[in-house]
Design a binder for this molecule. Structure first.
Ligand code: NAG
Ligand code: NAG
Ligand code: NAG
Ligand code: NAG
Ligand code: NAG
Ligand code: NAG
Ligand code: NAG
Ligand code: NAG
Ligand code: NAG
Length: 427
């Protein structure tokens, strides 16, 4: 079998070169897949499927040519545009299996399409380890991280497409990397993660079964093993997110917010400011990886309106979202400002009304006094009445002035108190 390999490779090269030179290859697609890796002695299925871009050639008949040596062919089947072979191998290694397709009536013509797949054969058991976390009786599958304090299920998934191990009995030896060992007959364990950190979980799988020996035809025990390793990262779940900062700001003002996160770093934080609150799932957001538990962000709004800051925090174990609504006012204009304006206006009007009534009163008095004057030789009174009227004018003027000043001061104070919190947040 071994001396056949170089000639096979040569042939494969030849086929590939021939195929490369063929312009017809563009019109066809040839997909080839295998269901490996497999254990030595087990079977692998290799599937080839021809597709064509121009339907006018679909009426032709095709022939599939396989090169699989040194693997042993178990079965071959061919339909119009598909071909499937089952092969087995006695030795571990990586084996290229190639296929090329020719027109059925023209074997020596250039192939219309060709492709190659690589089959992995190992002397060990094949499969993989998966980690799932049990939360509230729900199974949540994770990459390799789990939150501490929760129950984690580690399972072994055997990859045996040809049911080679159907009569085998398995024993699983688990090593959790923290001095805890366990031997089970089931392909999974429940592991109570109690300490935070990284660890490596090792599993040794032993499969044993009885078979009739090929040499002396006697019953013999066959054993195969497999070693599997998975990294388990125990993290703390993200428990909370607090947004500290104002819920109000003005256009073109720098709004600063602090995000405080309770969870083990590194944390992947993603934030987005939009007109409405949205769950950030696959949504474009500003992604930052933070090492600490605090993140400061500042934002300047160019338009007034209602906004929402959506925040998502992940640490590989858990994901948490929160929202913070923000009201953005136009620059310097605020309903409170209008209220102040009204107050000022009303004060002015009140002052004016007071002034006019007071003035009309004094004028009436003046007339009476002026009537008196005609019979009095003293012209002092006229002066005094004038001064009185002047006083009234001054008084009302000062009253008016005072009230308007007061209004102005009041409005200023109100404005100040209104601006105060904003100023506080812009620090
Ligand atoms: C060869 O097969 C692979 C796997 O099916 C496929 O992705 C690839 O497109 C194929 N190549 C050609 C030239 O058809
Ligand atoms: C399909 O093949 C026919 C015959 O070979 C040819 O006349 C036609 O132009 C081809 N169509 C396309 C879309 O390539
Ligand atoms: C070939 O493989 C397929 C799929 O793995 C299986 O259904 C079929 O029984 C196999 N054929 C033989 C002869 O073992
Ligand atoms: C583990 O095995 C399952 C089943 O064979 C397969 O679907 C999955 O992709 C494998 N995962 C990895 C990481 O190899
Ligand atoms: C996991 O361990 C913690 C502390 O060691 C214990 O409080 C908890 O009950 C355990 N959970 C299970 C399901 O064994
Ligand atoms: C755990 O492993 C991950 C990646 O495998 C690494 O980023 C992280 O820093 C490790 N943590 C500790 C505490 O070693
Ligand atoms: C907003 O303020 C923060 C700190 O308070 C500063 O780092 C940032 O550069 C400011 N941004 C703008 C656009 O002024
Ligand atoms: C976060 O910590 C890792 C290692 O602890 C370091 O390599 C990385 O530079 C740090 N990133 C920042 C933004 O501080
Ligand atoms: C966030 O801002 C506060 C004060 O506003 C400061 O004390 C803190 O160090 C800042 N944090 C970061 C991560 O920049």
């Amino acid at each position: 079998m071994a001396p056949a390999a170089p000639s096979v490779l040569l042939l494969t090269c030849l086929v590939l070169l021939l195929g490369r030179a063929s312009p017809a290859a563009e019109e066809y697609g040839l997909e080839i897949t295998n269901n490996g890796p497999i254990t030595t002695g087990a079977q692998a299925t290799i599937h080839a499927s021809l597709s064509m871009k121009n339907d006018s050639v679909a009426s032709n008949l095709y022939h599939f040519n396989w090169i699989y040596a040194p693997l042993i062919l178990i079965e071959k089947s061919e339909q119009r545009f598909n071909s499937v072979i089952n092969v087995t191998g006695e030795f571990p290694g990586t084996f290229p299996v190639s296929v090329w397709v020719t027109h059925r009536n023209c074997w020596l013509c250039r192939p219309v399409a060709r492709n190659v797949t690589v089959l992995q054969i190992t002397e060990f058991i094949t499969g993989n380890l998966t980690i799932a976390q049990i939360e509230d009786n729900r199974v949540i599958t994770h990459g390799s991280s789990s939150s501490m304090g929760a129950v984690t299920r580690i399972s072994f998934c055997l990859h045996d497409p040809s049911h080679y191990f159907k009569s085998a009995s398995f024993v699983y030896n688990w090593d959790f990397g923290d001095g805890v060992y366990q031997i089970t007959k089931e392909p999974f364990v429940y592991y109570n993660c109690s300490t935070m950190g990284n660890r490596t979980v090792h599993l040794k799988v032993i499969a044993e079964w009885e078979q009739i020996g090929s040499v002396i035809h006697e019953r013999e025990m066959v054993q195969k093993t497999g070693d599997f390793t998975t990294a388990l990262e125990l993290l703390d779940a993200v428990k909370s997110i607090h947004v500290v900062g104002s819920r109000e700001t003005h256009v073109m003002e720098n709004l600063s917010l602090s995000l405080h996160i309770n969870g083990t770093p590194p944390l992947a934080l993603c934030w987005l400011i939009k007109s409405e609150c949205i769950p950030l799932e696959g949504e474009k957001c500003h992604l930052v990886v933070i090492n600490g538990s605090c993140y400061n962000l500042s934002h300047t709004f160019s338009d007034a309106g209602q906004y929402c800051l959506s925040v998502r925090v992940e640490n590989g174990v858990t994901m948490l979202q929160t929202y913070h609504e923000i009201k953005v006012w136009p620059t310097g204009i605020h309903p409170a400002f209008f209220v102040l304006l009204c107050i000022a206006l009303v004060s002015v009007m009140l002052g004016l009304v007071l002034y006019t009534t007071f003035r009309s009163n004094t004028q009436q008095k003046d007339l009476v006094e002026v009537a008196d004057f005609d019979f009095s030789p003293l012209s002092d009174k006229k002066l005094s009445s004038h001064s009185e009227s002047g006083c009234g004018q001054i008084c009302c003027g000062s009253c008016f002035l005072q009230s308007s000043q007061e209004a102005a001061r009041e409005s200023h104070e109100l404005l100040r108190s209104f601006y105060k919190p904003v100023k506080m947040y812009t620090v």
